[in-house]
Ligand binder design. Structure first.
Ligand SMILES: Nc1ncnc2c1ncn2[C@@H]1O[C@H](COP(=O)(O)OP(=O)(O)OP(=O)(O)O)[C@@H](O)[C@H]1O
Ligand SMILES: Cc1cn([C@H]2C[C@H](O)[C@@H](COP(=O)(O)O)O2)c(=O)[nH]c1=O
Length: 209
């Protein structure tokens, strides 16, 4: 193997013409709304687009969704399941699509692990390292930013609801973590309090080829 091939084998960032576009933000910021609008717009421009989300609908993602209701996983197990889910996602969908020249639009990726499992006490930098050992960096990371109160209103969490304060604190940690990624060369923060169409225009502008 030549040294170029060596580099290609160890550099997890896809080098081909496709793009990995990731949308992140706390619950209720409009990620799935914007992911769907972006996918439609890019398809109209003639791109091959695959829209996906994490946790996935695969076996590890299903276990994670079940545990959200049963609460049976320790934080270490939870992180391990997110890593296994993502490894499968990267191997089976993300890299094959990007290497074929397609656009992958993801609603959440490993930055959500840094935020949410970080909020539960694991060091976000340790989480990042574990992920970047196998997961490609995105070409574009869109951070939809919104204050926690508005975000909770959008998803229908009411004042005084069970664990409302715990949820607020955790989401504030997540919002701060996402904003802390703003200096990454691939990251862009968008004000998600704007109307849906206004957010979409900004998203599309960032993603136009
Ligand atoms: N810019 C916006 N202004 C007002 N309401 C919005 C906006 N974007 C999305 N919404 C509404 O907020 C709710 C949550 O939107 P959406 O499901 O897209 O968010 P999300 O970030 O994917 O949420 P979650 O992380 O909880 O799955 C939906 O009812 C959606 O119609
Ligand atoms: C990828 C990822 C997700 N989560 C959490 C964040 C949310 O609470 C749920 C997903 O809910 P959605 O409505 O489907 O967006 O999972 C996480 O804790 N860690 C992660 O890596």
């Amino acid at each position: 193997m030549t040294s170029d091939q060596d580099t290609a084998a160890t550099d997890p960032t896809p080098q081909e013409t496709g793009k990995l576009i990731v949308i992140e933000g706390i619950d209720g910021t409009g990620k799935s709304t914007q992911a769907t609008m972006l996918a439609e717009a890019l398809r109209k421009q003639g791109h091959e687009v695959v829209q996906s989300h994490e946790p996935t609908d695969g076996p590890w993602g299903k276990k994670l969704r079940e545990s959200a209701t049963t609460g049976r996983l320790t934080i270490e197990q939870e992180l391990e399941y997110f890593l296994k889910d993502r490894e499968q996602h990267v191997e089976e969908l993300i890299l094959p699509t990007v290497f074929k020249g397609g656009m992958v639009i993801l609603d959440r990726y490993y930055f959500s692990s840094m935020a949410y499992q970080g909020a539960r006490g694991i060091d976000p930098q340790e989480i990042r390292q574990k992920n970047e050992a196998f997961a490609p960096l995105p070409h574009i990371l869109i951070i939809l930013d919104l204050d926690v109160d508005t975000a909770l209103d959008r998803i229908g969490v009411r004042d005084g609801e069970a664990n409302e304060f715990e949820k607020r604190d955790a989401l504030q940690f997540c919002r701060d973590l996402f904003l802390g990624l703003a200096d990454e060369p691939f990251a862009h923060v968008i004000d998600a309090s704007q109307e849906i169409e206004a957010v979409h225009r900004e998203v599309l502008e960032l993603c136009k080829s």
